[in-house]
Design a protein around this ligand. Structure first.
Ligand SMILES: Nc1nc2c(c(=O)[nH]1)N[C@H]1C(S)=C(S)[C@@H](COP(=O)(O)OP(=O)(O)OC[C@H]3O[C@@H](n4cnc5c(=O)[nH]c(N)nc54)[C@H](O)[C@@H]3O)O[C@H]1N2
Ligand SMILES: Nc1nc2c(c(=O)[nH]1)N[C@H]1C(S)=C(S)[C@@H](COP(=O)(O)OP(=O)(O)OC[C@H]3O[C@@H](n4cnc5c(=O)[nH]c(N)nc54)[C@H](O)[C@@H]3O)O[C@H]1N2
Ligand code: SF4
Ligand code: SF4
Ligand SMILES: [Mo]
Length: 901
């Protein structure tokens, strides 16, 4: 045997390095090129199955030693191993195997213009069906039952990849093999159709299917020669999955998940993969419109700009700039958000600028800025690999952040400890080791209970607390004053369970928390966030991989819009606008003097409009009528404005009230950057030209700035990014051309280095600050709890996205057709309500009609629903209580009653 250096093996007697634990197939493909080893059952994202034997290679301990034949997909490389991948014997064997497979395959479907992994192999190895015709079996009927998923099992070669993908990537366990021998075939749950199964349409099985036996209505796993591929980032949630968008003849025809994307590693959910049909839906807004005598009239862009500029100038001179406000959009790019806040601040002259973070994770920003000094996720999703304990509090990622949700579920199934704190039995709660099903609105009491046990049972990480934090002694005393009997009563959580959860989290070597709106959308939202941060600090779970505090940021670019200055108190890069040096910095960049006063938050804008104080509102991509609480109040407030300008892609409920509508272009039609929930700035690349007479939102804002006399260069995303890098400290090293395919996580240093983990040595504010708060009951319950004895908590559904303008215009609408009210069987029986009944849902604000689904997902006394359908208009009932610090609405605690009709 030829002596080799460590981690060296031989391919056809030439030496090559390999990586520890690497399988032969990846070693060979790395050195010989992609697809150099034929295979049918192998997918790098799945555990090797070793079933098809096509990837077999010869190995030996030396050139003259005896050779063995092994499957390269599940044989690890060893030091000094000799591999002979392409001997005549191997070619003959592979051709034989493929010939057998082809014998059972409808080879007439293998055509030149439709390429699958299978057809590519068959052609490259020159295999036809000749000679190997298997026994004839009855043809399978194609399954076209589902709005997206399709199967034609006549093309199935029993490679098992779809089964593995459903189990190992999505964790849904829909697919399995049924029957024996020649009759064995794929089934979906206990049935033959996708539509009757538990399939969540993630498309993982499609992406891996090598023959197209399982596919989707777009045939995304079948390639054609005319495909053009553009890589971009999903427009929906804050996971920030990368997409490969396929265009044919200039039209978007399918989407795939790039296997090398750091964020989603070849996976997507049905929104990213399939719900793209909204973009060219006939309802897309086509041209600027101005309201005349109650009707919208199409006008040219110049006419629309003239009209708006005149109105804004008039309001500015009559009342002053503070009577104008802007709402920016977390659906839009960083560059567009940056310009929007610049427009409002530098051109209009007011700090009245806010965005959807207000009604979402503003308490996270406020709470984490208080404790850590930086209001963003401390770690990355991939740290799930390095953690031992996952705490999910007030988040439902299998619906709202599905690619992350699937990873958490996989981690739990592989034995990592999972603790879920949620009033509902969410999917993850079903996989959790501990589920604390608290009463909605009582996080602060429950987190105090957990902190109490960590302190009283002696699980404090003293080294971390002493060296990295301040304020602990006072905090400790306050926590130890907690009345446990009372806390148990308030939360409805057994003290032993709370203690177990606390100690489990504290004892884990690495514990990682994820939180969502179940923490933030409360009157004590910010305090809840600070306690989650306290929990991490007291146990030393900060500053390394597999730990930290990780808000699951909601919208595709909500992290980015806040980073860009879309809030009334902080400009781009979070500098306080009331501090003179900060203002000076901004003024130097913008070349004008800037307003001193903190502006209105969104709820304050609505109040001010209602009172006639606010005269004009410019909204870019947010449907405040449907998504802000207390719909009637919002509607009346907007109707009270002199001017409502709406940049939209659809006629949303808010757009219907606008004075002027400006059609923006969708994310497929523009370039720029989105920042995901792990602070990752990723490039969005235009796939097609703007449709109809729409314009990218950034261009609209830049043109408007010029119209109002400010010299803003013509809109180019890369140029605006340059401007941003000059002003936002943590974007210093961000360069358009250096972002690459997987983006960079801020802070990005001047030399271009990025940051995966925050607070490794010091916190943003130096030392971490312990902040204690006592629980208080929601004013909503105090005021209305007697008249409206049930608690409504509102959340989201996988298939629909927020106001639903987009997902309702895709086949997702056929999967989920309406918002429903989940009600506990006990409550339903008591009220004489049956599953499927339409009921009245009443609160102090108003009444809606909604269908009931009886479910033990909710406890007695709690009902739950979603807010995706304007026909239901759920926010008619939500209320006027806000987070005490960050002014985020309390969507999660609404006093209601349900009345059978
Ligand atoms: N499919 C889909 N995905 C989305 C969205 C969508 O509309 N549809 N929206 C995006 C946006 S904007 C956001 S912000 C994110 C939101 O994503 P999440 O933060 O997951 O939001 P929700 O589902 O609203 O609420 C999360 C959980 O909080 C629980 N909860 C309610 N009250 C309490 C409480 O008092 N304590 C605790 N501990 N939990 C409570 C609810 O039962 C729910 O399971 O999702 C994003 N992703
Ligand atoms: N009851 C209840 N209500 C809630 C919540 C809850 O948990 N419960 N959650 C709240 C939360 S967290 C959020 S973030 C809000 C979200 O509320 P919104 O921000 O109002 O909802 P979205 O559906 O995300 O989208 C806003 C609009 O942007 C438009 N749009 C999309 N892309 C573009 C684009 O490129 N350009 C332009 N100009 N427009 C575009 C869409 O058509 C849509 O009308 O809802 C809040 N409302
Ligand atoms: S689409 Fe996803 S959930 Fe449905 S069968 Fe395929 S892998 Fe499973
Ligand atoms: S998980 Fe979020 S980012 Fe990823 S495809 Fe789904 S909606 Fe898009
Ligand atoms: Mo959100």
């Amino acid at each position: 045997m030829i002596k080799s250096e460590k981690n060296i093996a031989f391919i056809d007697d030439k030496q090559f390095p390999f990586e520890n634990g690497e399988m032969l197939i990846t070693f060979l493909e790395r050195h010989l090129g992609e697809n150099s080893i034929p295979t049918l059952c192998y997918d790098p994202n799945l555990n090797p199955i070793g079933a098809c034997r096509l990837c077999t290679v010869e190995i030996s301990r030396g050139p003259d030693e005896e050779r063995k034949v092994v499957a390269s997909c599940h044989t690890p490389v060893q030091d000094g191993l000799h591999v002979y991948p392409h001997t005549d014997r191997m070619h003959r064997m592979r051709k034989n195997i493929l010939g057998l497979v082809a014998g059972d395959y409808p080879m007439d479907t293998v055509t030149d213009d439709q390429e699958t992994e299978f057809s590519r192999l068959v052609k490259s190895m020159n295999v036809s069906e000749s000679g190997y015709k298997g026994a004839t079996r009855e043809a399978f009927k194609a399954d076209r039952s589902h709005p997206y998923m399709v199967s034609d099992l006549n093309k199935c070669i029993n490679c098992h990849r779809c089964v593995a993908a459903c189990d190992e990537i999505q964790g849904e366990f829909v697919l399995s093999m049924f029957g024996r021998g020649y009759d064995s075939h794929i089934i979906k749950g206990t049935c033959e159709s996708f539509n009757d199964s538990d399939c969540v349409s993630c498309g993982a099985c499609v992406q891996t299917c090598p023959t197209g036996a399982i596919t989707d209505i777009f045939q995304s796993n079948i390639r054609t020669p005319d495909e053009k591929i553009t890589r971009t980032v999903c427009t929906y949630c804050g996971v920030g999955c990368n997409l490969e968008v396929i265009t044919q003849g200039g039209k978007i025809t399918k989407v795939r998940a790039p296997a090398d994307a750091e964020v989603n590693k070849g996976h997507l959910c049905l929104k990213g993969r399939y719900a793209f049909g909204f973009h060219n839906h006939p309802d897309r807004l086509r041209s600027p419109m101005v309201r005349e005598n109650g009707e919208f009239k199409e006008v040219s862009w110049d006419e629309a700009y003239d009209f708006i500029a005149q109105r804004l100038e008039k309001i500015k001179s009559e009342y002053g700039p503070d009577h104008i406000a802007g709402i920016s959009s977390s659906r839009c790019t960083n560059e567009e958000n940056y310009l929007m806040q610049k427009f409002i601040r530098a051109v209009i002259g007011t700090n009245n600028i806010d965005g959807c973070a207000r009604i979402c994770h503003a308490p996270t920003a406020a709470g984490m800025q208080r404790t850590f000094g930086t209001g963003a996720a401390t770690n990355s999703i991939k740290d799930l690999d390095d953690t031992d304990c996952i705490l999910v509090i007030g988040a439902n990622p299998t619906e709202a952040h599905p690619v992350t949700g699937a990873r958490i579920k996989q981690a739990a199934m592989k034995g990592k400890t999972l603790i879920v704190i949620d009033p509902r039995k969410t999917t993850l709660a079903k996989y959790a080791d501990i589920h604390l099903q608290l009463r909605p609105g009582t996080n602060v009491a429950l987190l105090n209970m957990m902190l109490y046990y960590i302190i009283s049972e002696g699980y404090i990480d003293h080294d971390f607390v002493d060296s990295r934090t301040e304020g602990f002694e006072e905090f400790r005393e306050e926590i130890l004053n907690l009345d446990i009997d009372e806390a148990e009563e308030i939360t409805g959580v057994d003290r032993e369970m709370a203690k177990l959860a606390a100690i489990t989290y504290a004892k884990a070597k690495n514990a990682m928390s994820f939180h969502g709106l179940g923490v933030t959308e409360h009157h004590q939202g910010t305090y809840g966030v600070t306690l989650v941060a306290d929990l991490a600090m007291i146990t030393g779970n900060i500053g390394r991989s597999g730990v930290g505090v990780n808000p699951l940021r909601g919208q595709n670019n909500v992290q980015g819009s806040a980073d860009m200055g879309v809030q009334p108190n902080q400009g781009a890069g979070y500098l306080d606008v009331t501090v003179p040096e900060n203002r000076k910095k901004y003024e130097q960049h913008y070349g004008v003097s800037l307003p001193h006063e903190v502006g209105y938050t969104i709820p304050e804008m609505i109040e001010a409009a209602q009172e006639g104080e606010l005269k004009a509102l410019w909204i870019m991509g947010e449907d405040v009528v449907q998504t802000e609480p207390n719909t009637e109040k919002v509607r009346k407030a907007l109707q009270n404005l002199d001017l409502l300008v709406m940049q939209e892609i659809f006629m949303s409920e808010t757009a219907k009230l606008a004075t002027v509508i400006l059609p923006g272009s969708s994310f497929f039609e523009k370039s720029g950057t989105f920042t995901n929930g792990e602070r990752r700035i990723q490039r969005v690349n235009a796939v097609i030209e703007p449709l109809h007479d729409s314009k990218p939102d950034g261009q609209i804002v830049a043109e408007m700035m010029n119209q109002m006399g400010y010299k803003q260069p013509a809109y180019r995303a890369s140029e605006v990014l340059k401007e941003i890098s000059g002003i936002v400290p943590f974007f210093k090293g961000v360069k358009w051309e250096e972002l690459g395919e997987n983006g960079k996580q801020w802070p990005v240093m001047e030399n271009g280095e990025d940051t995966e983990i925050l607070h490794t040595e010091t916190f943003g504010r130096g030392k971490g600050l312990f902040v204690h708060t006592d629980y208080t009951e929601s004013p909503e319950i105090e005021q209305f709890g007697v008249a409206y004895p049930l608690i409504l908590t509102t959340n989201r559904e996988l298939e629909h996205y927020n106001c639903g303008t987009m997902t309702r215009r895709t086949p997702n609408r056929e999967i989920v057709t309406e918002d429903v009210l989940l009600m506990n069987p006990g409550d339903a029986t008591r009220k004489g309500i049956h599953d499927g009944d339409t009921v009245q849902l009443k609160s102090a604000r108003g009444t809606i009609k909604i269908r009931v689904r009886i479910s033990d997902e909710v406890k007695p006394g709690v009902v739950s629903s979603t807010f995706h359908f304007p026909e239901i208009m759920l926010n008619t009932v939500t209320g006027d209580v806000y987070d005490e610090v960050a002014n985020c609405p309390e969507y999660k605690v609404v006093a209601v009653d349900v009345i059978a009709v």
